[in-house]
Design a protein around this ligand. Sequence first.
Ligand SMILES: NC(=O)c1ccc[n+]([C@@H]2O[C@H](COP(=O)([O-])OP(=O)(O)OC[C@H]3O[C@@H](n4cnc5c(N)ncnc54)[C@H](OP(=O)(O)O)[C@@H]3O)[C@@H](O)[C@H]2O)c1
Length: 374
Amino acid sequence: MLPGFATPEGTARYRDRFFNLREAGHFRRPLHVPGVGELWLSSIGLGTYLGDPTDAADQAYTESIATALRSGINVLDTAINYRHQRSERNIGAALRKVDDSGEIRRQEVLVCTKAGYLSFDGDMPADQRGYFMREYVEPGILDPAQIAGGMHCMAPAYLENQIARSLRNLDLETIDVFYVHNPETQLADISREVFYQRLKDAFVMLEKQVKAGKLRYYGLATWGGFRVPEGARDAIHLFDVEKLACEAGGDSHHFRFVQLPFNLAMPEACGLLNQGHGREKMSLLSAAERLGITVMGSATLYQGHLTQGLPPVVGRILGMKTDAENAIQFSRSAPGLTTALIGMGRKQHIAPNLKPALVPPTPADEWQKLFTQH
Ligand SMILES: NC(=O)c1ccc[n+]([C@@H]2O[C@H](COP(=O)([O-])OP(=O)(O)OC[C@H]3O[C@@H](n4cnc5c(N)ncnc54)[C@H](OP(=O)(O)O)[C@@H]3O)[C@@H](O)[C@H]2O)c1
């Protein structure tokens, strides 16, 4: 297993390998928080959600990840359930390749993964229930009473087991960022009180994993939880969740990352005031900044839908050539968003998607015009 984790020195060395990207402000130090705030992270990251669970897609992903690392992308995002653990294994293989050859070292790269969904191994088994009974229930890792919606579990023993598997898949001694995956899924089934207790139990375990050197930081990766109105049943309130992290790990807790979709069709992180702090209402991006939490944006291209047919005003304001470039420039220019994640299972997409990173992000006052001009 590759030792180490992303470090300030390693990520600064990575930034300095790419003069043009560095000069254009592609690498960011997200926050004024000791440790995580000292890392240099690329404004575009590579995601590994989509694609078939096949050997051909594995090969394409592994090549694409290595190409991304060689091209100026040092944020990698995955989850244990993505392509039934294959995406994690592809990241492991690509990182190993570039580290062994001395091209890029492990300390230069932020590797993020997630768990929470029930995960299969390599393929969907014919007998899914039988697989879970044998693999998780009979050995006492998973209590079926802790499963929400028939597919989600964030009980400490299950997450701990998933972390150990992820480390093996990624071939790493330490994961940089571990997210509880779409925890809002649970709110369809359980009360907010039980939800908070489950999250806190998970955070206590995650703080222990940090102490044991298995993780550096943890957080929540969400789909709807941070994008719905404050009063919605599945809304996640960041100030409350951060309080749970303080209870679990004290003021210097390691709950330092959140992830949510952010793109031209899903701009809520910036525009929706769904985070309450006393009487104050603010956006997720403002709340995260206040709390010293780094925000990663997912689904930058809305799973490919934003690569064509955008209204001309978008290009006029953002100034890039293609719709894909403009969609990427939109997300990476959002004030307070550190990295815009793009799924790139094929290496052909790396160079075109890095074009926006060769120019500075759109200034905030220009960027805001997207919400007022038609
Ligand atoms: N709740 C969560 O935790 C959550 C939810 C969604 C996403 N995510 C993370 O965010 C990452 C990004 O989101 P996503 O993968 O769902 O969607 P996305 O980034 O919006 O879109 C990815 C899709 O767009 C294609 N693509 C990339 N560049 C392109 C270009 N220049 N022109 C045309 N097509 C292009 C990709 O093709 P190829 O793959 O063939 O290159 C892929 O099919 C995910 O991979 C995942 O890591 C997390």
